[in-house]
Design a protein around this ligand. Structure first.
Ligand code: PRE
Length: 361
């Protein structure tokens, strides 16, 4: 068989496989519709989105993936199929810290898939308010953000908000040089958020020393400007390139690749255990010698790993400290529940912000 005959044969096989895939995806979508009907009858109208179930499905896909696609790619594809199935049950509205084209939007799409209605909002407060009022089902906000520097504000919002953490998203921060043209010649200005400019300083010094660097409020705003000004470029994400119709003039220009940012999904719902969960707490203690040590001892006694601790000044009194603590496990797990009960005895204040599945995609 010559090459063109070989290609024809393989493409015919691909067509047959696509027919089967389409049939199977449609069958899956009909199952999701059946699930929706059962939830409606059971009165679980607010539980269409089930982060625990989605995490289990994605973990299973990773485990069973035979290759050659990577586990990440396989999970991403099933993530999109689930997103489309859920949209048939009930289209989700997701508020995120905008503008369009930021890494927060990329994180929202990574977590929920593309079959959502997303709303870009101007501040973290607005994202919380939109979800609290019920105008959006869920919100996505940065919590450990090396790019947009808003960690503390998100943590502070939890002190007064009744919302729960329903999930987390780990988003690789990949920065590209984006522009209207096809190469870097003629670029006089480079826009980006100041931290993104800092993260690409070596590359810019080597490749675009002559261009003026201009810090703007977000990478999305940088992309918007680069789309409007012919002799400009932006340092921003792939999402920004897609949204503003820009070309990638240079890929992955960050000086330290592998930089990851964590985002939180906030909602009014508490999430059932998925078997691979984390719990976030807000805990306050009086400023006495050894107070933190005593406070955290129950985790050690019950064999629970603490993955993060962050301290913030409390607004309730000069002597109080507030700690944001992440632990492994779900608040409903026996060991975690026992540790939390002891913690409550020792703390001046304890609030469980949520138990939620570890990031899966
Ligand atoms: O299992 C469910 O409860 C469903 O609604 C189905 C399904 C899916 O497509 O697999 C869809 C949305 C949920 O977030 C979880 C899973």
């Amino acid at each position: 068989m010559n090459e063109s005959d070989q290609l024809k044969t393989i493409r015919e096989r691909i067509d047959r496989i696509d027919d089967q895939l389409l049939e199977l995806i449609s069958e899956r979508a009909r199952c999701a519709q059946d699930v929706a009907r059962i939830k409606q009858v059971a009165g679980e109208m607010n539980d269409f989105y089930r982060p625990d179930r989605e995490a289990q499905i994605l973990a299973r896909v990773r485990e069973l993936n035979p290759g050659p696609l990577s586990d990440d790619e396989a999970a991403r594809l099933i993530r999109e199929v689930m997103s489309a199935c859920l949209a048939l049950e009930k289209p989700l509205t997701i508020a995120f810290l905008g503008p369009e084209g930021t890494f927060t939007q990329a994180a929202a799409l990574r977590h929920f898939g593309h079959s959502i209605q997303s709303t870009a909002l101007g501040s973290i407060d607005l994202v919380f308010r939109e979800v609290e009022s019920g105008s959006a089902h869920y919100g996505v906000v940065p919590v450990e953000n090396s790019t947009e520097g808003v960690v503390n504000h998100t943590l502070d919002m939890f002190m007064r908000s009744p919302l729960h953490i329903c999930g987390e998203v780990q988003q690789r921060i990949e920065l590209h040089l984006l522009g209207k043209g096809s190469d870097t010649s003629g670029i006089r200005r480079v826009y980006s958020h100041q931290q993104s400019l800092a993260q690409c300083r070596e590359w810019l010094d080597t490749n675009l020393l002559q261009a003026e660097r201009i810090a703007v409020s977000s990478n999305g705003e940088a992309a918007r400007r680069a789309a409007a000004e012919p002799d400009s470029a932006a340092v921003a994400s792939e999402t920004a390139a897609e949204l503003y119709g820009l070309n990638r003039l240079a890929r992955n220009i960050e000086d330290e690749p592998g930089n990851t940012t964590r985002f939180l999904v906030i909602g009014r719902q508490t999430v059932a255990p998925s078997g691979q969960d984390k719990t976030s707490l807000l805990v306050s203690v009086r400023n006495e010698p050894g107070a933190l040590y005593t406070l955290l001892a129950p985790f050690n006694e019950h064999g629970i790993s603490m993955t993060r601790i962050e301290s913030r000044p409390s607004r309730r009194g000069v002597w109080d400290y507030v700690f944001f603590v992440d632990i492994e496990g779900h608040a409903g797990d026996a060991q975690v529940a026992a540790a939390l009960a002891e913690l409550e005895q020792r703390a001046s204040f304890l609030k469980v912000l949520g138990s939620y599945p570890r990031a899966q995609v």
